[in-house]
Every structure is written in structure tokens, then in C-alpha cells.
Ligand binder design. Structure first.
Ligand SMILES: NC(=O)c1ccc[n+]([C@@H]2O[C@H](COP(=O)([O-])OP(=O)(O)OC[C@H]3O[C@@H](n4cnc5c(N)ncnc54)[C@H](OP(=O)(O)O)[C@@H]3O)[C@@H](O)[C@H]2O)c1
Length: 262
């Protein structure tokens, strides 16, 4: 029996398998990937030689549902025939109630909202327990998603806010990156120079935020000299309502997530 079965060998499924193998906790032959598409089959078999890539689910200690939300019902139906126990779903917007409705009573469901940075092992994910999930199931889900980033626990109703913040968040940062590159060009830098500096500035600032041991406010104060260049730049960001725009963006995405939930 496979230790872990990943249903859906798309981008998220591949990132999870890659992260788990890199993390070293699981042997190649203890992972099974269920993927119906022949082209994806070949790509996965090449990327992960030794991993079992199959068309139909089998028995497993735990299954990860990594299919598009519209394919969840069919994937659950196929899973039902092999008496699933632990099921971790990363399908955006598919509620615990819907998942439990599609699965037999033997299934203990954990629902997660990961983000795209999981593809580089730097994801931010939240998990919520289904009605039958135990502490051990949550620890298992944390270990699976922990192979590709940070994992926090929330109650299910907060997953919409998670979607608005960290689910959609990478896109906000990509937009900031684009704007900074254009701004550097406007200020006279060649585009390649501006891009190199803007992207490294984002990476450096993010690294300081996570590993610097200081709050965002303290880090910002430390680089803002009285009457200096940074203070002049920050004044313009405040004048244009960047802080308020971010508050509204997260609220709008949270609300949209509530509307789209199934
Ligand atoms: N990508 C992200 O950044 C992100 C972030 C948060 C959450 N998620 C969630 O993660 C899930 C997967 O996203 P993704 O980007 O990895 O999508 P994806 O690249 O489209 O991967 C889904 C894969 O599952 C396969 N599949 C469909 N039905 C199946 C079934 N019944 N059994 C087994 N495999 C099946 C698909 O094959 P076919 O192509 O043949 O249909 C496809 O290869 C989605 O629910 C999404 O909401 C993704």
C-alpha cells in the first residue's frame, strides 16, 4: 500500500511530490501519483523515476486531492471505491462539507489553501480540520504541505481570508515588482538593470522580514532617516493610499472567495 497518494499530477501535485522527495521523509516507492493525462504521465515518470504514476487511485495511508475544483467530485468518486482514510484537499474553494459529502464516512478530511510559491518550496498554506479529522491527521497534513513551505492552522471559515491574503498575495507582489521595474526605467535605469535591482530588493526585503528578527514597522523605521530619500518616497506612497489599497484588495479577494465557495 502506498504511504501517500497524490491525486492530480498537475502543477500543485508535482510541486508536492518534488518537495516531499527533497525533504527526504518518504521513499520513492512509497508515493503514488494518480493522473489520467498520458502526456503528464510521461512528464511525471521522467521527473520522478521510481514513483508509481497510475491512472486510477488505489489504497493508501493518505491521499492528497490536487485536482481542479471542478474535478473534485469525480476524483472523490474514484477514491471512494478504495475506502479512503486520510484525505487532504488543496482544491481552492471546495468546502469541507462538499468534500465530506462526496466521500464515504471512513474519510477524515483536512482542507488546505496553499499558494503558488509552493512551486519553489516557499509556499504559505493554511489548513482546516474536517468534522472527523484528528490531531494526527492535522499533523500529517502539516508534514505534507510543510515540505513546500509554511503551514498554519485555522478554522474553516477563515480560509476565505487566507485566500484573500496569502492565496492571492503573490499576485499583489508580482504587480508591485512590475511597477518597481517600470519606475526604475522611468528614473533612467536600463530595463535589465532595473529588473535585477527591483527583484533582488523584494527578495532581500522579504528575507529580512522573515529572518531579521524585527517587525515590519521596526525595519521600515530603521531605513527611514529624518528628512531623507526614503521618507520622501514613503510620503508619496501614503498620499496615494497604498496602505488602504492593500486593505481593500485583501477584503475584496476574501469576499470573492466567499462568493465562489462550493
Ligand atoms: N496553482 C496554484 O497556485 C494553486 C494555489 C492554491 C490552490 N490550488 C489548487 O490546487 C489544485 C490543483 O491546481 P494545479 O494548478 O495543480 O492544477 P492543474 O495543473 O490543472 O493540475 C490538476 C491535474 O489533475 C488532473 N486530474 C483531473 N481530474 C483528475 C482525476 N479525477 N483523477 C486524477 N487526476 C485528475 C488533471 O489532469 P487533466 O489535465 O487531464 O484534467 C491535471 O493534470 C486546484 O484545485 C487549485 O485550486 C492551486
Amino acid at each position: 500500500m502506498a504511504v501517500l497518494q497524490v491525486i492530480g499530477g498537475g502543477r500543485m501535485g508535482e510541486a508536492l511530490v518534488g518537495g516531499l522527495l527533497k525533504a527526504g521523509g518518504l521513499r520513492l516507492d512509497s508515493i503514488r501519483v494518480v493522473e489520467p493525462d498520458p502526456a503528464r504521465h510521461r512528464a511525471l515518470a521522467e521527473a520522478f523515476p521510481g514513483v508509481d504514476v497510475v491512472g486510477e487511485p488505489g489504497e493508501a495511508e493518505g491521499s492528497v486531492l490536487a485536482v481542479k475544483p471542478g474535478d473534485v467530485a469525480a476524483a472523490c468518486e474514484a477514491l471512494t471505491s478504495v475506502r479512503p482514510t486520510r484525505v487532504l484537499s488543496v482544491a481552492a474553494g471546495v468546502t469541507v462539507a462538499a468534500l465530506e459529502g462526496h466521500l464515504p464516512d471512513t474519510a477524515r478530511v483536512v482542507r488546505a489553501m496553499p499558494n503558488t510559491a509552493a512551486f519553489v518550496g516557499a509556499g504559505a498554506a493554511a489548513i482546516a480540520a474536517g468534522s472527523r479529522a484528528t490531531e494526527e491527521d492535522l499533523v500529517w497534513a502539516e508534514a505534507v504541505l510543510g515540505a513546500v513551505g509554511t503551514v498554519v492552522r485555522v478554522k474553516e471559515p477563515l480560509l476565505d481570508a487566507v485566500t484573500g491574503l496569502s492565496g492571492s498575495g503573490p499576485a499583489y507582489v508580482f504587480l508591485v515588482a512590475e511597477a518597481l521595474v517600470d519606475a526604475g526605467v522611468l528614473a533612467g535605469l536600463p530595463r535589465d538593470v532595473s529588473e535585477a535591482l527591483a527583484l533582488q530588493t523584494l527578495l532581500g526585503a522579504a528575507t529580512l522580514l522573515v529572518h531579521g528578527g524585527e517587525s515590519p514597522e521596526a525595519l521600515r523605521a530603521a531605513v527611514t532617516s529624518p528628512g531623507g530619500t526614503t521618507a520622501a518616497g514613503l510620503r508619496v506612497l501614503e498620499q496615494h493610499g497604498v496602505r488602504s489599497a492593500l486593505l481593500e484588495a485583501v477584503m475584496a479577494a476574501t469576499e470573492r472567495s466567499r462568493e465562489l465557495g462550493i
